[in-house]
Design a protein around this ligand. Sequence first.
Ligand code: TIU
Length: 225
Amino acid sequence: MPRVTAEPYEFDFDPSTTALVVIDMQRDFVDPGGFGEALGNNVSLLRRALEPTRRVLAACRDAGLLIIHTREGHRPDLSDCPPAKRARGRLANGIGDPGPMGRILVRGEYGHDIVDSLQPLEREPVVDKPGKGAFYATDFEHMLRSRGIKSLVVTGVTAEVCVQTTVREANDRGFECLVLSDCIASYFPEFYEMTLKMIKAQGGIFGWVAPSEAFLAALPAAALA
Ligand code: TIU
């Protein structure tokens, strides 16, 4: 079984029961001129994760791993957006309002979609989620269970919000999560660092952490081809 040199100890995984999860790499969070930047965030901190994630995505495609992408957002009528979520932040332009790249966090809008460099292939499922976690109010868990998935290799943004929420949800459901340290990112450097520390603390309370290089070194080429 492939073994990744990871923290707090080695991460063993079977490629046939492992999925790559790419969380919310959406234009509105990551691209210059999007919602995230309009809120005053420095998107370059998020963009650091793009190229390592692109390499991991390519390698997982070659290896034949299941790849699932997620997007945070809502139906155009906002019927799946809790009023509390919409009100939070007292934003002049918040969820559902016109933004620099279309209506903010609304499905079908340009800004809601995934960045060009990480666009899903036709065969790769995309989970549209109304919350921060990928499991809440989606068919994500059903897809993983249907495919016999036991382990998740986790990438995406932001570290402390959608990545952590998803990893915590996955952990409680019995999935083993390896978080790739250079493939997640936050607008807040201290939140990024603390996310990695939290996940691997106490003997891996939520999972494992490794740089993508360590995962790629362990991933057999064409594992499932
Ligand atoms: N995808 C995700 O993390 N959604 C957020 O709202 N993140 C923030 O950091 N705000």
